[in-house]
Design a protein around this ligand. Structure first.
Ligand SMILES: Nc1ncnc2c1ncn2[C@@H]1O[C@H](COP(=O)(O)OS(=O)(=O)O)[C@@H](OP(=O)(O)O)[C@H]1O
Ligand SMILES: [Mg+2]
Ligand SMILES: [Mg+2]
Ligand SMILES: [Mg+2]
Length: 421
């Protein structure tokens, strides 16, 4: 038998048969683990036609063979992000946030360093072979012992209240040196092959500092495709139906009814659950709002006028017939908000063509929006390419919307951008 025939039989006959058998009969753990491996294998064999894997948004409440893939990755990511938000919230309520200015003039705080160290240590505990593209590194802490001490105290104090949950993410970091090493393991160059996590320990650091929206963001990319995404948003309302108004970005300090964990796994739908302090709370499926009339849409944009072009975005909204004012909020809380139908359209048009968006600013939000029934492309309608390194250097600007609305939004975006060229 030729190698081609052998590989085809394996691909088209043996794997589907084994998966069918695995889903029909109750199996001992070791067999079901093998089934999970098999399932992951099929993702390599059927990269573009995942008919047996891809379910409608909100599939997550149904248990089946499909939900077994990435179960552990999702649980570890949720717990790691939840633990990191204990740290960021404690920094927010303390006097000093230990703010430094990075070489690109953007701020970084002891919260960013501590959250990155905790999350990478969780990932490395559960998946030692995986790489991480993280925003921060330990250079500043290695140079400044008092700053290092501040972060180390925070890291030691950030503990989930449920010991089984803590164990799943490896428990406390062993020493201050181990903390620095974990922080530095966010140095992957990214790429198109294998399993790479994208981590933004605090996205919207400026929002975090002013008590507005921020998000702890973590995504697993498999062969360059965002596959598991988690966003911890301590200042968003727990209620998925809460109206989105302009005040959401201004003074959203964590309090009663605030704090949400959003998540998605490719092919399994998107969900939200209250952000807790211990074991994971029950999740609810989320989906984008189905609006038929563009004039009913709400669009979300950055607070910082330097991060996206508010003028072009207002022009686009008016050409689309959108009459409601934009909702401005920092961070990937924007993606989370459109994914649960609190807003509808995400616009991030560039000021400068040379700015390269960072993969950690988008990977988690993109998979959550996709799984909630939306799509995200660049401003010219090109798919976002997460597989070429630490930035989206082949893309320019970002647009996200419910699938049915995206073509019309892109038409107007291109019209406005072309008129400037
Ligand atoms: N010039 C420019 N253009 C576009 N984006 C930039 C730019 N400079 C910085 N950044 C990145 O913006 C991230 C935060 O942007 P957000 O849209 O989330 O929030 S806001 O702009 O502050 O409202 C921010 O993420 P954090 O650093 O994690 O806060 C940056 O990665
Ligand atoms: Mg930053
Ligand atoms: Mg960011
Ligand atoms: Mg950040």
């Amino acid at each position: 038998m030729s190698p081609h025939v052998t590989s085809s039989s394996f691909k088209y006959f043996l794997i589907p048969l084994l998966i069918l058998a695995a889903s029909l009969f109750p199996l001992p753990t070791f067999v079901s683990r093998s089934a999970t491996r098999l399932f992951q294998l099929t993702q390599h064999f059927y990269p573009s036609s995942p008919t047996i894997l891809h379910r409608s948004p909100n599939f997550s409440t149904n248990r089946s063979i499909a939900t077994m893939a990435y179960d552990k990755e999702l649980e570890v990511a949720l717990l790691a992000v939840q633990r990191a938000t204990l740290l960021t919230k404690s920094v927010f309520s303390s006097h000093s946030k230990g703010t430094l200015t990075k070489s690109d003039a953007s701020p970084v705080t002891i919260g960013d360093f501590g959250a990155q160290a905790l999350i990478i240590s969780s990932i490395k505990h559960a998946f030692p072979e995986d790489e991480v593209v993280g925003e921060e590194d330990a250079d500043d802490l290695r140079k400044d012992s008092s700053l290092r001490e501040l972060v180390w105290e925070l890291v030691q104090a950030a503990k989930l209240e449920d010991s089984a949950a803590e164990d799943k993410i490896g428990g406390p970091i062993a020493s201050s040196d181990a903390m620095l090493d974990a922080l530095d393991k966010g140095n992957s160059a990214g790429g198109r092959k294998g399993r790479i996590w994208a981590l933004d320990p605090i996205d919207g650091t400026k929002g975090f500092l002013r008590g507005g929206q921020y998000a702890v963001c973590l995504a697993l990319m498999v062969d360059g495709v965002p596959t598991v995404g988690v966003l911890g948003c301590p200042n968003l309302p727990v209620d998925d139906k809460a109206p989105l108004d302009a005040s959401i970005g201004a003074d959203a300090d964590s309090g009663e009814g605030k704090g949400v964990l959003f998540s998605a796994v490719k092919g399994q739908g998107a969900a939200s659950r209250p952000l807790g302090k211990g074991a994971l709370q029950t999740s609810n499926p989320i989906s984008m709002k189905s609006i038929t009339n563009m004039s009913d849409a709400t669009f979300c944009e950055s607070v910082e006028s330097g991060h996206s072009n508010h003028g072009d975005q207002a022009n686009i909204a008016s050409k689309l017939g959108i009459t409601k004012p934009s909702v401005r909020m920092d961070s990937q809380a924007k993606y989370a908000s459109i994914a649960r139908g609190a807003g509808d359209v995400y616009l991030r048009l560039p000021f400068a063509k040379k700015y390269e968006e960072k993969i950690w600013d988008h990977a988690a939000g993109v998979v959550i929006v996709q799984e909630a029934g939306g799509e995200v492309t660049d401003a010219w309608g090109k798919p976002l390419d997460f597989g070429i390194g630490r930035t989206l250097k082949e893309n320019n600007g970002i647009v996200g919307a419910p699938k049915a609305l995206l073509p019309r939004v892109l038409e107007v975006v291109k019209e406005v951008l072309s008129a400037k060229e």
